[in-house]
Design a protein around this ligand. Structure first.
Ligand SMILES: Nc1ncnc2c1ncn2[C@@H]1O[C@H](COP(=O)(O)OP(=O)(O)OP(=O)(O)O)[C@@H](O)[C@H]1O
Ligand SMILES: [Mg+2]
Length: 245
């Protein structure tokens, strides 16, 4: 069985232009493989490049050398390090989910729609050939179905129903993080990237997130995670990759 993700010798250095072009080597030939249904934890002290690797896998940063092979849903392998930007955007819509530590939200968009939108985006990547462009009935039905799924997930994550219709900008850190987790996990992604998803959560909500990550693995997602909380890491990770000095 081919791994869903295969990183081969990833290298990355930052050039600090404000410090006379000082070179900061961050990834020095990192390799790892993650199979479907498996979770690999990136472990190591602060500043060693764990989040940088995540951002390379999500296509936000380029690597200087190495390959980042993703086996797509259709069985093809694509090197994320060399993929065209539009291919990366298409993969983000359907196959790669990223839960960063910070919530990204459009101003004025309610939390519920921020989560439901993930499902609609994935659906719109695959339009029906014979759809009538002037008939919005299928869109409305899809929107309501997506909102219903989003409500179920937000309820599981104990986000008070009174907040669902509000934009998350004013939410507490833990509330924003739960919206972010719901957005990242509502879709069964092939590759799930989790950067400290439980950092601002209480014990009860950490347990819900552990359950959700286990369910994602059971559905066949390959998970790469950074978990400072050892209890969460032990509960979900099958292997660890050490980022040492
Ligand atoms: N865009 C950037 N430009 C310059 N330097 C950067 C950039 N992003 C990260 N770095 C530097 O790269 C190093 C690795 O950062 P990274 O965020 O990957 O660390 P980390 O292992 O995730 O740490 P933590 O456990 O604290 O989250 C740090 O020294 C950081 O300052
Ligand atoms: Mg980090």
């Amino acid at each position: 069985m081919k791994p869903v993700l295969e990183v081969e010798g990833a290298r990355k250095r930052f050039t600090l232009h404000l410090r006379d072009g000082l070179q900061l080597p961050v990834l020095d030939g990192v390799s790892l493989r993650v199979n479907a249904g498996e979770c690999v934890a990136l472990v190591g002290p602060s500043g060693r490049g764990k989040s940088t690797l995540m951002k390379c896998l999500y296509g936000s940063y380029a690597v200087d050398a190495g390959a980042l092979w993703l086996q797509r849903e259709d069985g093809e392998r694509i090197d994320l390090a060399r993929a065209a930007p539009r291919e990366v955007l298409a993969l983000r819509r359907r196959e790669i989910a990223y839960v960063s530590q910070f919530l990204w939200a459009l101003p004025r968009q309610p939390a519920l729609d921020l989560v439901a939108e993930r499902l609609l985006d994935a659906k719109s990547a695959d339009p029906e050939a014979d759809a009538d462009p002037l008939d919005d009935t299928p869109y409305r039905a899809a929107l309501e179905a997506a909102r219903e799924q989003a409500r179920t997930l937000l309820a599981r994550l104990n986000l008070p129903a009174g907040l669902w219709g509000l934009p998350p900008a004013t939410f507490s850190g833990g509330e924003q993080q739960r919206v972010n987790i719901a957005r990242g996990l509502i879709l069964p992604a092939r590759l799930l990237l989790l950067d400290e998803p439980t950092a601002s959560l209480d014990a009860a909500n950490r347990r819900v997130v552990i359950e959700l990550i286990r369910e994602a693995k059971a559905r066949g997602s390959a998970v790469v995670g950074i978990f400072h909380d050892e209890e969460v890491r032990d509960a979900v990770a099958d292997r660890r990759i050490d980022f040492c000095a």
